[in-house]
Design a protein around this ligand. Structure first.
Ligand code: ADP
Length: 453
């Protein structure tokens, strides 16, 4: 097992990793920018190192600074959390060259899945169903036109290096196609430094359903159920739940087995998520995330398995925690991503939290690193915490969520809590009747969100 882990992240996920380390009896090193000197992960870690000024590229993304912090503190492994360097294969390679453990998958798999064209090819080879589209990147405009006509409009142009919902363009007709391809290429080049784009059928009313996996790197893998992340704004997840209200036992068992076999064949190592769109009873692979995800607590609540703990154990050479036939999905869990944003305009709302009262009680979990008096810096993403609720049934979970949301007080800044209070009372949500476009339509009627709430 590792003796000392450096956590190359901030906010709630840094605290989440820190908690797992403490339970495993591993010493912790927090790193922080000058904007985060007062952050909770810094206060709770055994040691901390300032790695640079506020901009992430100079601190949390600064590989030489992180290496120096490992060197100074004698950390023997790094947990990257999500975002930042978590899917940077070069970082994993550099750590290996310095004999420092990377708590994540093999660098080759990060590289493979980081290129979405290669990822789709690999998924197909492994027997995973994919969205109909181009087999590789689009290089020729005539070819793109022919392909789009064959698969049928509307089509989606996506960046090979895409992430976080950026770099996607819809074309509804041939007239829009060439323009959409050119815009997508330009935006992809600016955002990711790579202008490779590919084409995919734009699915009309799909749900986003993803499968959590753990692999031992030697051909063993287990699937820990699914999460339904269809409630999205600008392709960013807002509310996640598991199990999906849309699947029956047979459909679930089938997709879990398909993914498990594929991960065994790939010899995948550590935690990962295989993402699908689901429409009319069929699954279509869109991408694989080779890291822990924001919404991982949903899976933890219904399986009882601590995913971060397992990531660390597996990276240190440990076995998978259970066999597939021992995995039990118990009850229902929902996660709400609470952002420091106006709940109607979604404008970021950094600043001081004057008063903070998180909810509690049976089945209620809050993963957050904020506290009363904390100043939210304007330099990073606006997630300030996640409210995760578990119940024996989906109905019990919804009842409990409504109660917990009413109890949650964050004063001094705007948060998205009022949006969730409106969602939990909505009949479509209560019936589990929503697809990936539902929330965008709901938000077109902003009076449905009571901002005083
Ligand atoms: P990113 O890596 O940027 O998150 P994904 O490929 O995971 O991109 O897609 C993000 C979201 O975009 C999906 O959850 C879904 O809402 C939407 N999306 C992606 N592909 C399609 C498609 N072919 N048809 C319709 N919506 C799509």
């Amino acid at each position: 097992m590792f003796d000392k882990i450096l956590i190359a992240n901030r906010g709630e996920i840094a605290l989440r990793v820190l908690r797992a380390c403490k339970e495993l009896g591993i010493a912790t090193v927090a790193v922080h920018s000058t904007a985060d000197a007062d952050a909770m992960h810094v206060r709770l870690a055994d040691e901390s190192v300032c790695i640079g000024p506020p901009p992430a590229r100079d601190s949390y993304l600064n590989i030489p600074s992180l290496l120096a912090a490992c060197e100074i503190t004698g950390a023997d492994a790094v947990h990257p959390g999500y975002g930042f360097l978590s899917e940077n294969a070069r970082f994993a390679d550099i750590l290996a060259e310095h004999d420092i453990g990377f708590i994540g998958p093999k660098a080759d798999h990060i590289r493979l899945m980081g290129d979405k064209i290669e990822a789709k090819r690999t998924a197909k080879r492994l027997g995973i169903p994919v969205v109909p589209g181009s087999d590789g990147g689009i290089t020729d405009e005539e070819e793109a036109k022919r392909l789009a006509t064959r698969i049928g409009y509307p089509v989606l142009i996506k960046a090979a290096a895409g992430g976080g919902g950026r770099g996607m363009k819809v074309a509804r007709s041939e007239d829009e196609l060439i323009d959409a391809v050119q815009t997508a290429k330009r935006e992809a080049k600016a955002a990711f430094g790579d202008d490779a784009v590919y084409l995919e059928k734009f699915l009309d009313k799909p749900r986003h359903i993803e499968i959590q996996v753990l692999g031992d790197g030697c051909g063993g893998a287990i699937c820990l159920g699914e999460r339904d992340c269809s409630l999205q704004r600008r392709h960013q997840k807002v509310w996640e739940e598991g199990p999906s209200p849309a699947l029956n036992e047979e459909q679930r068992a089938q997709i879990l087995e398909t993914v498990r076999r594929a991960m065994c064949e790939l010899q995948y190592l550590g935690a990962g998520t295989v993402e699908f769109l689901y429409e009319n009873g069929s699954f279509y692979f869109i991408e694989m995330n080779t890291r822990i995800q924001v919404e991982h607590p949903v899976t933890e609540m219904i399986t009882g398995i601590d995913l971060v703990n397992e990531q660390i154990r597996i990276a240190a050479g440990g076995d998978l925690p259970v066999r597939q036939e021992e995995v039990r999905l118990v009850g229902h869990a929902i996660e709400c991503r609470v952002n420091a944003e106006n709940p109607v305009t979604f404008r970021p709302s950094p600043g001081r939290i004057d008063y903070y009262h998180p909810p509690g009680g049976l089945g209620v979990r809050v993963d957050s690193a904020v506290y009363q008096g904390y100043f939210i810096p304007p330099n990073y993403d606006s997630l300030i915490g996640k409210l995760i609720v578990h119940g024996r049934t989906r109905n019990e979970c919804l009842m409990r969520l409504r109660r917990a949301l009413d109890e949650f007080v964050v004063a001094g800044i705007d948060t998205t809590l009022p949006l969730f209070r409106a969602l939990v009372r909505n009949s479509d949500i209560q019936n589990g009747d929503y697809d990936i476009h539902w929330l965008e339509h709901f938000l077109e009627k902003p009076e449905t969100v009571d901002t005083a709430g």
